[in-house]
Design a protein around this ligand. Structure first.
Ligand code: BMA
Length: 307
């Protein structure tokens, strides 16, 4: 089982006429809503600060983008950029989970946190254009790759997040308060193979009758990023039902093997449209690609491929 690259790849390139997105566009969120694909993508331009841009498409391949970013740094906690958006439609509202990358606060009178200035943030929107930050999941640690599940589980909101090198699950009653006692690890790197150093979640987990189908990324000692897939229990996603051994996608094209960072495919989006999984990903932290597969084939692979 392999994801199939779209022949039109890459589907989004940096815009050389734009100050804020002339160098890199990558790691987008994509939601399919009311017959359109909506993309929120990470972009870097002249100042190397990451911003989030918006683009829209009828077919998921050809995109029209807005001229200005929809989310930009607003304070010292995200002054070095807003990165890696993932968007979940939950109870009729869009929630973006993204990494705020700020100054490492050390001075007196300022907030102090470790973790290199990385904060896993949540923002909300009714229209995908105007975003209101509502707060972090945790502070003070290297924590990212967080994404909300598309429905409550056991009466509570649920999110994946990553405490390097392990994927965790967190619960919250209101999306604002995330307590340590409501967090637990799901799985970490395996001893050998493509995901032996670190793992993290990709896009919004896909609900199937067999469990939550979760795409994730991992890398090895050579720092090559690949994707795998696993199945989590529907009512207790901390329980891994199956985790096939083989990856389903890895860098092969020139623009994945090279780029701003070599050997990177990195995905924050896997919307399902008419039974097809659309996996959007950054190639080389530089451009945006699309790879697809049938949902039933991916589910079959997750259920039966050797572990
Ligand atoms: C991760 C994230 C991604 C990036 C990847 C590869 O830690 O920061 O934004 O695509 O590294 O460089």
């Amino acid at each position: 089982m392999r994801l199939q690259r779209h022949p039109t790849n890459p589907v989004l390139l940096p815009d050389l006429t734009s100050d804020w997105e002339c160098y890199n566009v990558f790691n987008p969120a994509v939601v399919y809503h009311n017959g359109l694909f909506h993309m929120l993508y990470r972009a870097q331009g002249l100042d190397w600060v990451s911003r989030i841009g918006y683009a829209v498409s009828r077919d998921g391949v050809h995109w029209n983008r807005l001229r200005r970013p929809v989310l930009e740094p607003a304070n010292a906690a995200d002054s070095r950029g807003v990165e890696d958006p993932r968007v979940t439609l939950l109870e009729g509202t869009f929630y973006m989970t993204y990494t705020a990358y700020g100054r490492r606060f050390l001075g007196r009178g300022e907030p102090t946190h470790e973790g290199g200035g990385i904060i896993p943030m949540i923002a909300r929107s009714e229209n995908l254009i105007t975003w209101e930050p509502i707060g972090p999941i945790v502070v003070g640690e290297d924590n990212k790759d967080h994404v909300l599940f598309p429905r409550k589980i056991g009466g509570r909101y649920a999110a994946l997040h990553r405490r390097r090198p392990t994927i965790w699950l967190a619960y919250s009653d209101d999306l604002r308060t995330w307590r340590e006692e409501d967090m637990a690890p799901i799985f970490g790197p395996r001893a050998e193979g493509w995901d032996s150093k670190s793992v993290g979640g990709n896009g919004v987990p896909i609900e199937t009758e067999h469990g939550w189908l979760m795409l994730y990324h991992g890398y090895d000692a050579d720092h090559v990023y690949r994707f795998g897939v696993c199945l989590l229990d529907l009512e207790d996603p901390r329980r891994v039902i199956r985790r096939p051994r083989e990856p389903i996608f890895w860098p092969e094209e020139l623009w994945e093997l090279r780029g701003d960072v070599p050997n990177v495919v990195f995905s924050c989006a896997n919307p399902v449209v008419d039974g097809t999984v659309y996996v959007y990903y950054g190639g080389g932290d530089h451009v945006i690609g699309l790879a697809t597969c049938r949902l039933d084939e991916l589910t079959d692979f997750a259920l039966h491929a050797p572990e």
